[in-house]
Design a protein. Structure first.
Length: 250
């Protein structure tokens, strides 16, 4: 049997191939598809340096804020509606809630710990003490001026001279300022009368918006200054009084 001879001549292009210059050979077309079966991808690019620095800065700021204001994750530090309500009260009918200025003042005083310290002794040479300070014992209207507008320049406390800047806290409410002053005047070895919210309101209205006070300006104010008495005598005298005696005095 004679097999037909295979022609080794190059295949002639049909009219479609001649016109479009594309091959109609199926295996050849499939090979092209296999070569391009993966989608092309761009090369990885580094994130901008400023973006990385911004993320790091925000993370550090968030960590600092959380550590400063987390309240040690103690539920008793929650400023709820009853957070500073006085726990002393009679049984029976529910009495109206009364804010304890000592509880509220202690909480607000946390903002002062870095300078005046938890024991009220301040930092030697930098921040004056509040414990047994003649300024704390002075007229509460002077203290109100310091809390509202701040104190600037040299000041002498307990025979020692300090020179610094104390910012004002006028953003606090009258109740909060009265509470923290009451707490300071009744804490540690201090035994001075509480400060009324009305006193803060009166001082705030009288001074308006002004710069920080100096010690000289405060000392020159024509205000009736309370006489500083021996604190031990005050404590002894008060301890001997009954609740009825205190009510009569009021």
């Amino acid at each position: 049997m004679i097999e037909p001879e295979h022609s080794h001549e190059p295949r002639s292009l049909d009219s479609y191939e001649q016109e479009n210059r594309e091959s109609t050979d199926v295996p050849e077309l499939h090979r092209a598809v296999l070569r391009e079966q993966f989608e092309p991808s761009e090369r990885e690019k580094r994130a901008p340096l400023l973006l990385l620095l911004g993320i790091i800065a925000m993370s550090m700021l968030g960590g600092w804020y959380l550590s400063a204001y987390d309240g040690n994750l103690d539920p008793h530090n929650y400023d709820g509606p009853d957070a500073f309500v006085s726990r002393s009260g009679g049984s029976g009918k529910q009495s109206p809630k009364v804010i304890d200025p000592m509880l509220l003042g202690k909480r607000i005083y946390n903002n002062c710990l870095s300078c005046h310290q938890a024991n009220g002794e301040g930092l030697s040479g930098k921040y004056p003490p509040l414990n047994q300070s003649e300024w704390v014992a002075s007229d509460d209207r002077i203290l109100a001026r310091i809390l509202l507008s701040g104190l600037s320049g040299p000041v002498e406390v307990n025979g020692k001279r300090f020179n610094g800047q104390m910012p004002g806290w006028k953003q606090l409410s009258d109740r909060d300022i009265a509470a923290v002053l009451t707490y300071v005047r009744a804490s540690w070895e201090n035994r001075f009368p509480p400060v009324a919210e009305a006193t803060i309101s009166e001082v705030r209205s009288s001074i308006g918006t002004r710069r920080a006070w100096t010690a000289e300006e405060l000392e020159s104010l024509e205000l009736p200054v309370r006489v500083m008495v021996d604190q031990n005598d005050v404590a002894t005298e008060d301890s001997g009084k009954t609740d009825r005696d205190r009510e009569v005095e009021k």
